[in-house]
Design a protein around this ligand. Sequence first.
Ligand code: SAM
Length: 274
Amino acid sequence: MDPQIPGTLYVVATPIGNRGDITLRAIETLRAVAWIAAEDTRHSRPLLTHLGIATPLVALHEHNEAAAAGGLVERLCQGEAGALISDAGTPLVSDPGYRLVAAAREAGVRVTPLPGPCAAIAALSVAGLPSDRFVFEGFLPSKPGARRARLAELAAEPRTLIFYEAPHRLLGTLGDMRTAFGDARAAVLARELTKHFETVLDAPLAELVQRVADDSDQQRGECVLLVAGNADPAAAREAEGRRLYDLLRTELPPSRAARLAARYTGASRKTLYG
Ligand code: SAM
C-alpha cells in the first residue's frame, strides 16, 4: 500500500450504494490524512464510522466551496495531506470539488485520484450500448422548456449519451427523450445500482416510457439514463435544420432563414432552400 505523501490532496471515490465497494487504498488513505473534505459531513460520518475512520471532517459543498477552498489549499501547502469525498461515487462528477482541485493545482499542490465507483461508468458497463465513445451529460435542466431544447441539440449526437436524473422527473424526461430522439432509439434505465433493488431495463424509448409509466417502482430511487447515439446523424441534422428553417421562415426571407438554420444546425443550406 502507498505511504501517504505530505501536502497531497487525495480525491477519493466512495460507494454509490453497496458499502463493500470502497477500495482498500481508500480506507487506508482516509484513515491517514489530516482531514477529509466532505459534501455533507452528516451523510459521510456513518460510512466512515462503519470503516473505523475517525479523521476530522470539513464541510465542502457547492455553497461554501469557493470560500473554503482557499483555507484547505493553505493547509495542503503547509504540508498536511487531505482527502476529498462526496456523498457517493467520484467527487467532481456532478458533485462538488472542482474549485478545490483547480485551486490546489494552481498552487502547485499534488492532487492524486483514488478511483472507484461512479454511477455513469457502472451503468455504461452493464447497458449493452456502444461504449467505445460516449458523452456524459450529467443532469438535464430541470425546467421542461430548457430540457427539451437541450435534448433537441443532442438529437444528432452519434455517441452513446449518459444522463443522471432525479426519480420525480424520470417519466417527464423519458417522454421528452422520446420526442427528441424518436420512438425506436435504444435506451437503458439503470436504477439503484449496487443496491438491493437494482434493475437495468433496456428497450426502445417508446417501450421504455410505457414500462416505467406502468410500474411505479421504476420511478423510485437513483437512476442513470443511457440513450444510444444517432446512427444517422446527417439525417438528424437535416431534420433539425428543416424544423428551424420552418420556424425562422415565418419572420425572415427564405434565403436568410436557410443560411441561419444551416449555420446553427449543420444542415445543408441548399437542401433547405435550393
Ligand atoms: N458523483 C456521483 C458519481 O460518481 O456517480 C454522482 C453524484 S450525483 C449528485 C447523483 C446522481 O448519480 C443520482 O441522481 C443518480 O442519477 C446517479 N446515481 C448515484 N448513485 C446511483 C445508483 N446507485 N444507481 C443509479 N444511479 C445513481
